[in-house]
Each structure stands twice: as C-alpha cells, then as structure tokens.
Design a protein around this ligand. Sequence first.
Ligand SMILES: *Cc1c(COP(=O)(O)O)cnc(C)c1O
Length: 451
Amino acid sequence: MFYYSTRNKNDKTAFSTAALTGLAPDGGLFVPEEIPQYTAQVKSSLGSMDFRDIAFETIKPYVKDEIPDSALSDIIQSAFTFTAPLVAVADRFTAELFHGPTAAFKDFGARFMARSFSYLRRGEERPLRILVATSGDTGGAVADGFFDVPGIFVTVLYPKGRVTSLQERQIAGLGKNISALSVEGSFDDCQRLVKAALADEGLKKRMALSSANSINISRLIPQAVYYSAAAGRIFAGLTDPDGEATPRVAGFVNRQEKHSGAPAILCVPSGNFGNLTAGLYAMKMGAPVKQFIAATNINKTVPDYLNSGEYLARISQATISNAMDVGAPSNFERMSAHFSWEEMRRIILGVSVSDDETKETITRIHEQAGYFLDPHSAVGWKGVDKLRAENKIDSSPTAILCTAHPAKFSEVVEPLVGKPPVPQSLSMAMERKVNSKTIPAEVTALIDALV
Ligand SMILES: *Cc1c(COP(=O)(O)O)cnc(C)c1O
C-alpha cells in the first residue's frame, strides 16, 4: 500500500515514511492510494468478532508491507487494552470511545501510533522529536501514548487558558520525555506553528521531526476500527454487557437488541475531522454504515460547506465542547482528496449545536435515561435530535460516538447533573503538577523553545 500527498498524487510514499514524517514535504496530508476492502468473511462477522481481531483485519492492509503480522498483532494487543462498548441508551446507541487512559477516543490512535513508531524506528540511533498541537484532548492522549517510549521526545502545544485543568495536567504533568508549551493564541495558532516548524529546513537539519496530530495517518487508520465494531454490532443486534466502567446509574439495563440487519447512522462530534475521516474509511472498507452525521458546535465550517459547496475557514470560537473548537479543520483536505462535494453530501449530513442546546441535552438525557453525556457527545446527541425533527434522517438504528468521558469535562457536567463517576486514570492525573512554558504564537518562539 502506498500513500500520496493530498497536494500531489504522483508523490508516492511507504507507510513508514508517511507515519514518521507526518506531513508531506509539499505541506499536504498523506492519504492511502486506495481504501482496502474487508473480505466477505470478515464483513459478515464484524458484529461478533473480538475487538482486537477487528483491529487486526482493519489495520493490516494499510501496513502489511512494513509491519509483519506478528508485530502488528503485538502492537494491537498492547495498544488496545480497552474496547469501545456499544450501549443502548433511550432511543439510540452510544459507542463509548472513552475507556482508554485519558478518557477520550484519541487514546486509540495515539497508543497505536506510539507503538508503531517504536516498531518502525527499531535500530535508529537519532532521537525523534514529535510536535503536537492540541485543543485539549489530543495532547493528553499523545503524551500518555508516548510517555517513557525510549528515543522519542514529545512537545505538546496548547492554547493558553483554553483547556480544562484536568487536560492541562494530562498534557503538562507527565514530565520525562514529554514537554508542554502553553501558546498565547488559539488552537489554530498552535496548529499553524506546528505545521511551520515541521516545514522549517533549518530545524529539520538539526533534529528528526514528526507530528502526532490527526493529520498523522498512523493515528487515523486505527480509529476506523471502532466504527466497524459499532456498525457491525448494530447490524447484528448486539450491545455490550455491563462490566466496562460505563458512567451509568444503577437501574439502567443493557438489552439484547433485535437483529437489526440494517446499516447504521453514525453521528460523529467533530472538530478537526480526523475521527469522521476514519469513519469514512471504515465505511469504504465495507462496514455497514448508512450515513454519517458531522455534528459540530458553533464552529461549523464543514456543515456550512456541505450546505453551500463553498469552503470558508474561519477563526475558531471558544465553546464548552472545546476539543471541537476548530475553524479550519485540517482533515478537510483529506476528505476532499477522497470525495467530491456531491459525494460528501450524499454520505454526510452536517449539523451545528449551540452551547445552550448542549447543556439542555446533558440535563435532559440524564433525567430521561440516567446517562451522563460529556459536552462533545451531547453535541452529537442533539445533532441527531435536530436532524430527526427536520426529517433529514430516517429511523435507521443510530449511534452517537461518545468521544469523551463525562468526568473529563466535570466543569460543565457537574453543575448541570451532579458528579459523574470518575475513572481511576482521571483521578490519578488530577494529582499531577503542571509544568509548562508560555510562548507567544510565533514560529520563531517555537523554534527557540525546541533548539
Ligand atoms: C478531538 C475530539 C473531538 C474532535 O475530533 P476530531 O477528530 O478532531 O474531529 C471531539 N470530541 C472530543 C472529546 C475530542 O477529544
């Protein structure tokens, strides 16, 4: 499997180069030259397969020339120590993507990336410096994924004052090979600085550099796994038994659903659109997905594009679902490399949700179903409500991809519905001390901090 830059179809690269460099030399994003297909056998058993077996079948065709089966299997066993339970809640499903160590879906991508980097760089002497811009959750997941990995150093850039105190501790509390820069600007500024540093010839001569944003293809591919698992289980009519630490109150009972035999509508709370792009890959591979919903907060660049055909990037605005405060989603370039506007409109419905609607949803669903939604997942929930009210989606089985654990955003959740149960990994992170350096939103300041 080769990868090419979204800006030059003729420039083909192997998976290892695409993963380790992060961004193509021309500033484009790497995309696979084709989307592989599940075999008929895998396709028909997605609903009952073990999560890690789905991971193996999903990722293998993308890396098979460079990571042998046995190594891939080891990477998956060590990265995916948790799964994504599918839970029936009220009139829909939630795919809980927050059972990893930092309690957000980004653990899937970050942990796979860290372990595959380690494998691909075996025998390398020169240390690797990874730069990552975060609006909140990426930084923690990447820091955690790479923590203590020999030969790899990580620098996380986050917008000063725009992440929660827990997120800041996850980003800037680990130490060792992980360092943190608090940038006087927005997430888009952080992202711009990372892109500029990765393209800086002088810096590249001095150190081996890579990125770990969702622009990195090795983070994106493993995220396709839970789409196939969720869609497969919905198709087969199975939800997951209790046992995972789901934030449910007593009395909520998992049901054995009817075999729906229907492709699912999957609603993805979106910011930088890496998650949704991974979903598109899963669908193309053959997962039983009928349609996607791209649910955003008021940063609705992509929903507007889907409506009008015109792409207008803008400055991001701060919201209570801050991991989605993105005005210029970088994965849009990747989506456009695979799909025209007409195709995207057929597959993806856009919807935007305000902070007030988000809060109202958290309160309402807790009242109705005893279920705690974090603000990002609540954007997804409300997005489905709105599209249903407008008759834009039918009664196909529908799942919300719950992107973060509600306890991760207790600043928002607790005043509305009380304290959600806190997973142990989060209570441990709260004990850490923040150690970060503040820099202005200028490329020279970033370069000075690195050399
Ligand atoms: C990162 C993140 C998102 C947005 O995901 P993208 O891949 O950037 O679209 C949504 N919710 C949470 C909790 C996140 O951490």
